[in-house]
Ligand binder design. Structure first.
Ligand SMILES: [Zn+2]
Length: 254
């Protein structure tokens, strides 16, 4: 008997192999320095799903922030020449707006829905019409990418499983699918206390990865040490650096 595992949340992509030799902006496109390599990685790990679409939506619209994201998670698509600075900017803007639109719709905030639709609807538009417009808009970036989907099967005879994953073609497509998946999902994404990225954990976890867990425990320890020596919360937050609310939480709990 074989068991079928459908894992649409898994996605294989590639990022710079070395942190020191990552993407740089050359004009309005990203490029790797000569001789730098990329390595494969899988977005989903055993217990944690990265909510990349949210981390992406939260990016400040700066070259530096886009570069940092590309070095951590890879380019939006390929070839690199096609991923211009304008594309990064417009996709981050669109993701930000649609995440806010989804929030407004989920909480029945009609004023918020009106405010996030483009072009702005007439003030007299009925709730039914607003929902129609909102849903069409929420799904629109993902729909054209359906054509890029492909099946990625794998057979593990010893474990008795057939794995079925989807090939999304590129990272931007994958993030749009994560986004529409989030519209119907029940998982509440949270923010990693170490790196600030968003993720959904199947168990209560404060961090998005093993690396971040180690880093968080170090940072927390350091915060408690300097607090015990009399340093103020504000100063600790500035020097670590970390969020003030987090620093308060760390020194309050043992
Ligand atoms: Zn993290």
């Amino acid at each position: 008997m074989l068991k079928l595992n459908f894992r649409p949340e898994q996605f294989d992509w590639h990022k710079p192999a070395s942190r020191r030799q990552g993407y740089e902006w050359q004009g309005n496109r990203l490029a790797l320095p000569d001789g730098a390599a990329t390595k494969k990685y899988r977005v989903d790990k055993a217990r944690v799903d990265k909510a990349l679409y949210l981390t992406f939506a939260a990016l400040p619209e700066t070259e530096e922030a886009f570069r940092g994201f590309a070095n951590k998670y890879g380019p939006l698509g390929e070839p690199l020449e096609a991923c211009t600075l304008d594309i990064w900017r417009s996709q981050v803007k669109l993701m930000k707006r649609l995440v806010a639109l989804a929030e407004a719709l989920k909480s029945g905030d009609w004023k918020g829905v009106c405010g996030k639709l483009e072009p702005k609807p007439f003030w007299s538009m009925s709730h039914e019409k607003l929902v129609e417009r909102a849903v069409a808009e929420l799904l629109s970036p993902a729909l054209p990418t359906l054509r890029c989907l492909e099946a990625v099967p794998s057979l593990d005879e010893r474990a008795g499983t057939v794995g079925l994953r989807l090939g999304y073609g590129n990272l931007m497509n994958f993030m749009w699918f994560q986004f529409i998946h989030s519209l119907v999902g029940h998982a509440e994404p949270r923010q990693c206390e170490a790196c600030g990225d968003y993720f959904t954990a199947r168990r209560g976890s404060k961090t998005c990865s093993a690396t971040c867990r180690v880093q968080l425990s170090r940072t927390r320890k350091r915060a408690r040490e300097v607090y015990a020596k009399g340093m103020g919360v504000r100063q600790i937050a500035k020097e670590l650096p970390a969020d003030i609310a987090l620093v308060k939480k760390w020194i309050a709990t043992k």
